[in-house]
Design a protein around this ligand. Structure first.
Ligand code: PMP
Length: 356
């Protein structure tokens, strides 16, 4: 088939999202969604917002900026609400990297960074994680220009680094933008939002998708020095001024009012993760020290691809990334305690009997 696509996009590699199946009901442990619904107040706010959907949303997202700023003890000028945190990532790649300003990120991390490098023609430097998947932060210190991107905790490894290490990167690569992707920070890692006032080169990306049970609403935000927010916001207005819709805006504000509900859910997910990790270890799995709402594990006896296929037959979806360094591993999202019992029961059967 002839392509009408202009040449610079001919070779772009799109992101491959985790499967959202429609053939039957699965226990979905493949896309790191929350197993818990939004709070009642959020559901009500979204229902009420339907009455005004004939109107465009506030492109400046003023109410949500104010609510987030208050909860983070910052100014509204330090916040940019976005269409999922993926939009913070896109805007940052667009704003701060190109062929002469490279991007630097780990070789094993969120696949969207490579997709964005491809889209924006950015030279990507993949710094290898250590054998145990930890980040050697020395590699990110002393760089002289471009965009450093670190997911903290990292995905799919789940491993977190401490705020003092991130501070060193900001301090020792002062002419680089340091983008810290905190999509999973609420499940046990330390946030570096407190560094934003001090480091104008730091951008923190956050999402409502995981800890706040709103993956379907597509809501995220950037936190940064006001000048960085102006730069990102200018690009947002250039590309899609109304990228955050009315329902997402009110949901975001209502969720902040119900923070205790979400904190309890995150606590529950973290406890379920730790119990699941113990059970998996007892079944012979090796695991990283995850501070997220997923575990990353491998079994010495059975290839990850086989485990993933067998789990699917048992009605459970998990994620298997087939790149060289991740091919032995499975990323398993944390569901309800019942979901995780179903998972470990199914794995026990697979390990004992071969197949389900
Ligand atoms: N960062 C990381 C590390 C992620 O795993 C994800 C989710 N796939 C995102 C960012 C994007 O999340 P969202 O756009 O739903 O906020």
């Amino acid at each position: 088939m002839n392509s009408f696509l202009i040449s610079k996009y001919k070779d772009v590699e799109p992101y491959v999202p985790g499967e959202q199946p429609r053939d039957k009901k699965y226990i979905k442990l493949n896309t790191n969604e929350s197993p818990y619904p939004p709070s009642e107040a959020v559901i009500k706010a979204v229902k009420d917002s339907a009455k005004s959907l004939q109107l465009y949303p506030d492109p400046a997202c003023r109410d949500l900026k104010a609510a987030l700023a208050e909860s983070l003890k910052l100014k509204p000028e330090n916040i940019l609400p976005t269409n999922g945190s993926d939009e913070v990532l896109s805007l940052s790649f667009m704003a701060y990297a190109h062929d002469e300003k490279p991007a630097y990120y780990p070789d094993v991390t969120y696949g969207f960074y490579d997709v964005l490098s491809g889209l924006f023609g950015v030279k990507a430097n993949h710094f290898a994680l250590e054998d145990d998947f930890t980040v050697d932060i020395e590699k990110y210190c002393g760089l002289d220009s471009g965009l450093i991107v670190i997911a903290n905790p990292n995905a799919p490894t789940g491993i977190a680094i401490s705020v003092d290490k991130i501070e060193r990167i900001c301090k020792e690569s002062p002419d680089c933008i340091v983008l810290i992707d905190e999509a999973y920070v609420e499940f046990g890692a330390e946030s570096c939002v407190g560094l934003v006032k001090q480091y104008p080169n730091l951008i923190v990306s956050r999402t409502y998708s995981k800890s706040m049970s709103l993956a379907g609403a597509r809501l995220g935000y950037a936190i940064a020095n006001e000048n960085r927010i102006i730069e990102l916001e200018t690009l947002k207005y250039t590309l899609n001024p109304y990228s955050v819709n009315r329902s997402a805006l009110v949901a975001g504000c209502a969720a902040i009012e119900d923070m205790q509900y979400y904190k309890n859910n995150c606590q529950l997910v973290s406890e379920t993760r730790d119990r699941t990790a113990e059970k998996l270890k007892s079944l012979g799995f090796e695991l990283t020290d995850s501070k997220t709402n997923f575990v990353f594990c491998r079994h010495p006896g059975i290839p990850a691809g086989v485990l993933s296929d067998e789990l699917r037959k048992a009605g459970i979806l998990v994620r298997h990334f087939t790149s060289e360094r991740t091919n032995d591993w499975l990323r398993i999202s944390i569901g309800t305690p019942e979901d995780m019992c179903a998972l470990t029961d199914a794995l026990e059967k697979i390990l004992n009997g071969g197949c389900i």
